[in-house]
Write a protein that binds this ligand. Structure first.
Ligand SMILES: Cc1ncc(C[n+]2csc(CCOP(=O)(O)OP(=O)(O)O)c2C)c(N)n1
Length: 574
């Protein structure tokens, strides 16, 4: 396309459909049963260009769906169904119900009108989202066709995933609704081909339900320089021991998120906690790039890490078969208990290939530890000293709960590692600043003495949590830094109205607030005061609120100065 040309929407629709079919074919689909119509034209044109796919026309959608059911049953492969918008997909319902109850892998591709036409009286247009209700294993809205590399990558991943889920442990139908804007027939110049195998190979190719007796079968363990990444998650008690053994056998670094629980209580030199800072050094980010990643848990707190890993083929491990893969880089998803997988790797007798790789990572972690020490020796009081003092003070086998926003990021940056066993909690499922004090009280009430680290807005968001706070067995620390200071580190920083529209500070008298709920209150603004307050408040129940007063500008200076220093230091050994 030349500059100034209007993009051909029909060509975009076609290329996007090609990417989806690439993924479905990679996931094992070989037949697409379709009923004729106009809106489904992009997928038909795409299927015509896929030599591996047989395209079978059946006029009546009801009959087409039952025919596909027979194909799926006999071939034990995912079979695609395609039709136009309106009443057409509704005719699939009886066969979809049968496929759901019998567990047959159908992939339902319903063409649709774009969202702006729905509920505006447009012809042949109904709300097709979740049309099959509980009778599909997953429903996906394809969204607006997107012919960028990222858009095609997402579509390819969606195709692979749909096929994998349809064939998975609970085999059954998967529905993808595909809204196509007009025009639907591309102009003569549209050059659309299936992706080459090379670019398609990093999409998920299937799920592997793994039991202790299984092996990875046709999926050989990847070669080259690897990483293990443990994100936030609830891991079994024996997991740390198993992951360290596995990492030592394979000489692999383990990047441990602060909410993985792996940073504390282990003596493993394979544990890497400083990656968020380390990867801000361009030479390190370049030299440490892995060939593959073995991923446990949810997406890590560190955006720096997620951005850096984008495009790296990964193996996803999740006991419930969740697809924690927002960058669409998984090439296989293993539905296994993490402990089982680690034990399988240990028993498989795999051996380390490259010790220098691990040595470089260990060296970098030690260098970063030293830079942190040096940087904080003279640095003014901020969250860095707060986090480090809390980790030092917490009794063995107690726990820390971190609120979202900056507290969890500061924990990520400054916690380092420690041999003292500690549990770390955070609400990272949807990363809300809501209900944090109430969750903290629940953790304590369930018998785990847990210290809280909360932002001032998170505290205000959960004022009724104060009613539960007397159940806390350890104090909770509120960082009083004048509202949502995370926005100082985000692109909103430069916008007019930052203070009133994003930071939204609240004028609070935290002492009076604590008093209202009969809680003790201690304001602190240095390490000595903090340690003293922790001692006093944990000794004399009821527990209380420690108000850590932090000057946000000074804090920002310490953080930016630290990252700048990391960026400029020589970290990678020559
Ligand atoms: C329930 C909910 N509402 C809004 C947000 C958006 N949000 C993310 S961080 C943030 C500010 C949090 O401020 P604070 O708790 O004081 O922490 P700080 O960033 O200052 O450390 C907001 C409003 C969210 N994550 N969850």
């Amino acid at each position: 396309m030349k500059a100034g040309d209007v993009p051909d929407q029909a060509c975009t629709n076609l290329r996007w459909s090609l990417a989806l079919l690439d993924g479905l074919i990679k996931g094992g689909m070989r037949r697409l049963v379709f009923s004729p119509g106009s809106r489904s034209t992009p997928v038909v044109l795409a299927a015509q260009r896929q030599p591996q796919l047989e395209l079978i026309p059946v006029l009546d959608e009801r009959s087409a769906a039952f025919f596909a059911l027979g194909l799926a049953r006999a071939s034990q492969r995912p079979v695609g169904l395609l039709c136009t918008s309106g009443s057409a997909p509704a005719h699939w319902l009886p066969a979809v119900i049968e496929a759901s109850e019998s567990g047959f892998p159908l992939v339902l591709l319903s063409a649709d009108r774009p969202p702006e036409l729905r509920a505006w009286g447009a012809n042949q247009t109904i709300d097709q989202s979740r049309l099959f209700g509980v009778f599909v294993r997953e429903f996906h809205d394809g969204g607006r066709p997107d012919d960028t590399p990222a858009g095609r990558k997402a579509m390819r991943a969606l195709g692979c995933r749909a096929a994998a889920v349809a064939m998975g442990r609970r085999a059954g139908p998967v529905h993808i609704n595909l809204p196509f804007p007009e025009p639907l027939v591309p102009a003569a110049g549209c050059d659309a081909k299936p992706e080459t195998a090379a670019t398609a190979s990093f999409s998920p190719s299937g799920t592997l339900p793994l039991t202790p007796s299984d092996t990875l079968g046709s999926h050989p363990f990847p070669r080259g320089r690897g990483l293990i990444l443990c994100g936030p998650g609830s891991y079994p008690d024996d997991f740390p021991e198993a992951i360290w053994r596995c990492a030592e056998d394979l000489a692999l670094p383990v990047l441990a998120d602060p909410l993985s629980g792996l940073r504390f209580g282990s003596a493993s030199p394979n544990c890497i906690a400083r990656y968020d800072s380390l990867l801000r050094n361009p030479a390190a980010a370049q030299a440490l790039r892995p060939d593959w990643v073995l991923r446990f848990g949810r997406t890590p707190v560190s955006h720096t890490l997620t951005r850096w890993l984008r495009g790296t083929p990964s193996i996803l491990v999740d006991p419930a078969g969740r697809w924690n893969d927002p960058t669409h880089d998984a090439f296989v998803q293993v539905e296994a208990d993490p402990l089982t997988l680690c034990n399988w790797i240990a028993d498989a007798g795999l051996v380390a290939e490259d010790w220098t790789w691990l040595d470089i990572w260990r060296h970098c972690e030690q260098r970063l530890d030293a830079i942190v020490e040096d940087h904080l020796r003279e640095a003014p009081w901020c969250e860095a000293q707060l986090v480090r003092s809390l980790i030092r003070w917490l009794p063995a086998n107690s726990a820390l709960f971190s609120a979202n926003s900056l507290p969890v990021r500061q924990l990520d940056t400054w916690s380092g590692t420690s041999n003292k066993p500690l549990r770390v909690f955070g609400n990272r499922g949807v990363s809300g600043i809501d209900g944090n004090l109430s969750t903290l009280a629940g953790l304590n009430d369930a018998g785990v003495p847990t210290l809280g680290l909360l932002g001032d807005l998170a505290l205000v968001h959960d004022l009724s949590g104060f009613l539960l706070a007397p159940r806390c067995r350890l104090p909770f620390v509120v960082i009083n830094n004048g509202g949502g200071r995370i926005f100082d580190y985000l692109p909103q920083r430069g916008l007019p109205g930052l203070e009133t529209l994003w930071r939204t500070p609240v004028e609070l008298e935290l002492g009076a607030l604590a008093g209202t709920f009969r809680l003790l209150h201690r304001p602190i603004s240095n390490t000595t005061e903090l340690t003293e307050a922790l001692e006093v408040l944990s000794r004399n129940g009821p527990t209380g609120l420690i108000e850590a007063r932090v000057d946000p500008e000074i804090s920002e200076g310490v953080h930016l100065g630290f990252w700048q220093r990391v960026q400029q230091e020589t970290i990678i050994p020559s």
